[in-house]
Design a protein around this ligand. Structure first.
Ligand code: CO
Length: 184
């Protein structure tokens, strides 16, 4: 039940159409947006995730939350909100063993860029530019931005057979294995 006062949000699971729908640009930086962000963080921490994209909780907007530094033992948190994020430069390759909250229990290797330069806006609409190289942040940002374009890690599995096996093992039939058509 999607009650208004629920502290965590339901996560869309592979097969849900919204996960394949490219998201629209955020234009309004209002209280509603920051409240949604809070709920996304609660949901992410609750599920032991290091990142969450808005379409995963049913909102078709270009918003992601990340905390790749979170340590449950001492509850150290370093939450990051990236609105309208864009990768402006990428270089190199690295193999990355990934999971996704929309694919419970599923893990496999994908190849990501080793270095990225990215731009985004914060909750006040202020522009930022940053970079990441060879670390978890670098992987998470690429994974989450893919979500905003309707792309899923299953589309770029290094070994399709292993990915298919993993999906079957976790009862996530590949009903929706087609990536979206990106126009423009
Ligand atoms: Co994901």
């Amino acid at each position: 039940m999607a009650g208004k006062n629920k502290t965590t949000l339901d996560i869309e699971i592979f097969g849900s159409e919204i996960l394949r729908t490219p998201c629209s640009v955020v234009k309004k930086f209002d209280k509603k947006l920051s409240k949604l962000t809070d709920k996304m963080f609660k949901t992410m921490y609750n599920q032991n995730g290091v990142g969450l994209a808005a379409p995963q909780i049913g909102e078709n907007i270009r918003l992601i939350v990340i905390d790749e530094e979170w340590s449950p033992e001492d509850d150290y948190r370093a939450p990051k909100v990236l609105i309208n994020p864009v990768i402006v430069f990428k270089e190199g390759e690295m193999e990355s063993y990934e999971g996704c909250l929309s694919f419970p229990g599923v893990f496999f290797n994908v190849t990501r860029a080793k270095k990225i330069v990215f731009k985004y806006q914060d909750l006040n609409g202020k522009d930022h530019r940053s970079e990441a190289e060879g670390n978890l942040l670098c992987r998470v940002i690429q994974h989450e931005i893919d979500h905003l374009d309707g792309r899923l890690f299953v589309d770029i599995a290094n070994d399709k057979a292993i990915a298919k096996e993993e999906l079957e093992k976790h009862n996530l039939a590949d009903v929706d294995s087609k990536p979206p058509i990106i126009l423009g």
